[in-house]
Write a new protein. Sequence first.
Lengths: 217, 501
Amino acid sequence: MIKLEKISKRHEQKQILDEISLDIKSSQRVVILGKSGSGKTTLLRLIAGLEAPEHGCIYIDSKLASKDGKIIIPPHKRDIGMVFQNLALWSHMNVFENISFGLKMQKVDKRKIKEQVKEMLKIMQLEGYENKNIQNLSGGEQQRVALARALITAPKVLLMDEPLSSLNIELSSILLNEILNLQKSMGFTLIYVTHSQREAKSLATQIIKIENSKIVM
Amino acid sequence: MRQKFFFLVVASIFIITFVPVIVLIGDTLYSLPKEYSLLLDISVWKVFVKSFFLSILVAFSTTVVGTMLGILFVKSDLKFTKFFLFILIIPLLIPPFMIAYGWFEVLGRNSLLFGFLGVWFVHFSIFLPIPLLFSMLALKEIDISLEEASLVFTSPKETLKSITLPLIFPSLIFSFLIVFILSFGEYSVANYLRYDTFSLQSFVYFSAFYDYQKATLLSLPTVGVVLLVMLYFEVLHNRYTFGINKTYKIKKIPIQKYKKMITLMLVFFVFVVDVVPIFMLLFKGLDFTNFIDGLKLGYKPLLKSLIYSSLSASILSIFGFLSAYIIVEKLFKWYKLYDKGLLFLFVLPPTVFAISFTLFYNHTWSDIIYASPLIILFAYLGKFLFLSTKVLQSTLEKIPASFIEAAKLSGASWKEIIYFILLPLSKNALFIAWIIGFIFSFREISMTMILYPPGYQTLPIEIITQMANGQESVIASMSSIMIVISSLMLGIVFKLSRTKE
């Protein structure tokens, strides 16, 4: 599904990732674990195509996606969804507009968009929230909107960058369970970045630990 | 104690700068029954509509082009952007009529220049830096992840359209309104290019006929326009706050094969809009003999300009810091009103502002102000305090609250916190505020023209006087001196901003 071959990346002279190779199979739940600054977010951004590796290749579905400083397949053509650490919800759009954005960009029929968003809102327990402003939602609700936005296009891969780091333990446990159930029912490949052992243990089918720019199994 | 001190600061600014405007409005309303026939004159309203249309066109064109350039400068990997920015800002920093004069040197008495098109084009080059800078600041404030969240679904072009532009939209509206009001109130270009505008009519009634009441009456619709524009912004876009709160790393979009073509187009654009008129002035003015002639005639006004601008910049830095402190600390319930008041004075057409000063200070009791350079300094304080306040406000807002709390826990009083914590941390911003205050005071012509007491004329006034009956080479030489000094100051701001980054 996703294959990384000898990926290296530097930021301002500092080596972030050093010749990392990785093979992620379809429908797995991979948790990338590491301290802050260890390069786990960079790894996620490389898979998303938001950054290019300095050296090495990334394959998605056996197709070359990035190679030696070049992005060959742009992010929006990689069939991925992503939940950002700060959620990155657009404040100039309401809940409906945020969630439907991906479908709109795919030029899906308006009626179908409405139906799919309604369905997604039901799954995320956000029924009736369509016209709400993003700023008026609680942390947990915002989390669900971000997740809904990432999943609405039914991507093959869902990338999550420490999505629960700003929530309390109780709420993060509930959401963690919901993510697990969604992954099981929808069958997408999950790549989840965190520094929390607890989150890793309760979610992962495979844990990858990054230390000193390298993978420690 | 702290409240009392800052209340005194606000009270002084209110009395010095706001009260004259209030008096003007009161006086105009009082004389309305006597002079209202002027407002029934259809030709007056024709000029009003013409000026309104001109300003809308200037605001629209500068906002569209300024935003495109802002995006190019901030989001692309184009080279020499700082250089292009530097050149594009210069027209904003010199007296507006100079650009018109530069074009006159190029085109001569051309009918295209002396008319609507000419005034629009000169206003376009003068005010273009405002939307350009606004869009650049707004783009730098966008959290990169907001754009990346869209890139997962769509192309960079669509992201720009659906995410980036809507996010900077309030800032663009704000700069559109600022340019609209500034263009509406600018009269020196229209005066030079013999094009009748509303603010020019008001100025002519005042300076040529010395008809106070008609001049003030004509200022009433202008004040109305300013208030309406501010109200519109307050109601519809009150979320927007001026100044950078947090800057993010910018995701540069490689423009690859278009880089050469875009650079060439930009060189052509900068050349046509800015370089040609400025170069003409510098070419003539920096000839050694001309330069010496210009200096001989202009050294006294130049010296005065330098002194007034330095004094004004110092006063603006001090009051700018104090005003920023009031706003950041929310010292009074009505701090927002004070903030909006400063903006109101900044966008109020300079003719209106200067006439209000004449009306208020031209009395025996205030002779010491009206008959001395104090009147000019007071006018600069009112007009430009908004700018220095905003420069310092954005710095004070970035100082973590914990810095102040830690000082408080150590037993520091508010004065000691200002002296030992806030002032040292604002050192750079204070200097930038000083330079900006200097540049804007140095270039000011519209208010100074109405207010300067005999024997106290500044360099721009001397240049405009020479334009009526002096030699072209001397005018070009004096203009060159202004351009060189303003460019040097701008260079310092650029250097400091880079260090600060």
